[in-house]
Ligand binder design. Structure first.
Ligand code: HEM
Ligand code: HEM
Ligand SMILES: [Fe+2]
Length: 490
């Protein structure tokens, strides 16, 4: 194991912490929509800006963890600068704390999803530059073939993070230009950069736990990189329908969005074809949880992002659903469903690389994942119903916004209930992770502090023993069957 990999622990831990925190603030916002007279310590506008920013930052921090962890592993060497990994951590975490703090106090610039004050945006851009610089320098000297798909995918994803963020450092007087810049992040960061990084780290993880063979997944990763880049860029058009750009964007957005279904399909096809499900029982507890989280992410990739997104991107339909709670359902299913679950899987895998998760906590982790999934489904179900009715009452039969809001309130209550369940799951999972890691917390921040009692070696021996026990169990069953047959034959 490389030191660079250990340095990524703190990123993963912080991502988990922010994920736990997000649930609490979000439930407050959901309640305020049902009971507008409720007095809250922060205004709805500040809470919403906080929610949107934390939604972008914790998956980003988790992705940074996964990139450092898997890039050094896949390139077969330490990262070019380990110092830079630490510097980047404190820069990014400091920025996130200041962004969230100032947003709660009501200081913001107004561009949705990118409300943070200018200096903090510059700091975020610097973080993405430091990441890419470290990756590039490592890539040049890597003693492996330069066409290794996992590395190429992570590197291109990281470079595009800079490309799409920088235009947001500027102020645009015209609202159309402002919207164009915003969607470079809201759409292209998510549907291109994070997709590219995600596919790279996911393939690396599946190879490492032995679920797929490298040569089988390489082609799928390359195909995905091409499809993501090809469809992703022009599919940005599905956000441009009503912002004041020429009408041909309706065509561009519609056609390229339809193509966006391709990457998820290739991913699903190659996963189903190449991942050996039989071996699930042979996986360690940690890897079973990781696979459970990856499975959840794949499910929402197909249904929440792919199919629901496809439905909404058709311009004659988008005309009605645009900006309704249907968009909100898609935003939650895609952003949390796809990237949230993926980042949780990656961070869980990384955090329990050298630390043990005891049996009891392991069982509770499954309950927490169950609560997250059911909470998200209930939340999305409530939002889809609320959004459907919004389209009908407001956009079709022409009721006022006030009347419509009264009528959809029960479904928003359903969403808040789902949010409550989700928050229980997110708090539970975060608590379990932090509790299990707490005895070694110093090690997670300073990798020079040794793990007590060569814990790392013990963990590896334990994993091998578990594998051995599983195999012994299978042997026992086979022997019993043979004995039974012998008895019958006699
Ligand atoms: C994992 C990938 C995805 C993520 C993270 C994601 C995220 C989001 C988010 C956060 C929004 C809300 C933007 C806003 O508030 O203005 C949104 C809107 C939208 N997304 Fe996605 N999305 C993904 C994939 C897709 C795909 C594959 C499609 C189409 C095939 C799609 C089509 C749309 C459309 C049409 C809208 C605009 C809805 C409206 O007009 O109100 N998305 N997406
Ligand atoms: C306890 C769970 C959650 C609750 C109760 C919740 C609640 C809310 C509320 C009240 C809004 C404001 C407007 C609306 O109703 O859509 C919102 C918007 C949003 N939330 Fe959440 N949220 C939760 C979790 C998450 C997570 C985990 C993510 C992503 C990581 C996320 C991403 C977003 C996004 C992108 C929007 C903007 C959607 C749009 O404007 O179309 N939320 N959420
Ligand atoms: Fe999009």
């Amino acid at each position: 194991m490389f030191v660079s990999q250990q340095l990524s622990y703190k990123y993963a831990l912080t991502a988990f912490f922010l994920f736990g925190l997000q649930g609490i603030v979000a439930v407050g916002g959901a309640l305020e929509l049902i009971f507008p007279d409720l007095t809250m310590p922060i205004s709805y506008t500040s809470g919403r800006a906080f929610h949107l920013n934390i939604s972008l930052y914790w998956p980003l921090l988790g992705m940074f963890a996964a990139i450092y962890f898997f890039f050094s592993r896949e390139s077969g060497q330490e990262m070019y600068s380990r110092q830079l990994i630490n510097v980047n951590y404190w820069l990014l975490v400091g920025t996130v704390v200041l962004v969230l703090g100032t947003l709660l106090l009501g200081y913001q610039e107004g561009r949705e999803y990118l409300e943070a004050l200018w200096p903090f945006k510059v700091a975020t851009a610097i973080s993405t530059i430091l990441l890419s610089y470290n990756l590039m320098r490592t890539f040049w000297t890597a003693p492996v073939v330069k066409t290794r798909a996992t590395l190429v995918s992570m590197l291109t994803g990281s470079l595009t993070l800079i490309l799409f963020y920088v235009p947001n450092l500027f102020v645009y007087q015209h609202p159309t230009t402002d919207e164009i810049a915003k969607f470079l992040v809201v759409h292209l960061w998510e549907e291109m950069s994070l997709e590219l990084i995600g596919i790279g780290v996911l393939a690396a993880l599946l190879i490492e736990i032995g679920a797929v063979k490298r040569h089988l997944i390489e082609t799928a990763v390359y195909l995905d990189v091409i499809f993501i880049a090809f469809a992703g860029i022009l599919a940005t058009g599905h956000h441009y329908y009503w912002i004041g750009v020429p009408a041909y964007w309706l065509w561009i957005g519609g056609i390229f969005s339809a193509m966006q279904v391709l990457p998820a399909t290739v991913l699903l096809y190659s996963t189903l074809k190449n991942v050996s499900v039989k071996r699930f029982s042979e996986l360690s507890n940690r890897d079973k949880i990781t696979m459970g989280l990856i499975g959840s992410s794949t499910f929402y990739h197909i249904f929440g992002a792919g199919l629901l997104g496809f439905f909404m991107a058709y311009p004659p339909i988008n005309r009605y659903v645009h900006g309704t709670y249907i968009t909100s359902a898609h935003a939650h299913l895609a952003l949390f469903g796809v990237f949230g679950f993926l980042v949780l899987a990656l961070c869980f895998y990384i955090l329990f690389y050298e630390t043990v998760l005891n049996e009891k906590s392991y069982r509770w982790c499954w309950y927490a994942i169950g609560a997250l999934n059911s909470g998200l489904m209930i939340m999305a179900g409530g939002l889809l119903l609320a959004g459907g009715l919004q389209c009908y009452f407001w956009r079709i039969i022409g009721l006022s916004i006030g009347e419509t809001n009264e009528l959809i309130r029960p479904y928003l209550a359903l969403r808040a209930a789902g949010g409550g369940l989700y928050a229980m799951g997110s708090l539970g999972l975060t608590f379990l992770v932090i509790k299990s890691i707490w005895p070694n917390i110093r090690y997670f921040f300073y990798s020079t502090v040794p793990l007590p009692a060569r814990q790392a070696d013990l963990v590896r021996i334990r994993d091998l023993m578990m594998l051995f026990i599983e195999k012994a169990k299978i042997m026992e069953q086979v022997l019993r069957k043979i004995l039974e047959r012998l008895k019958k034959d006699r």
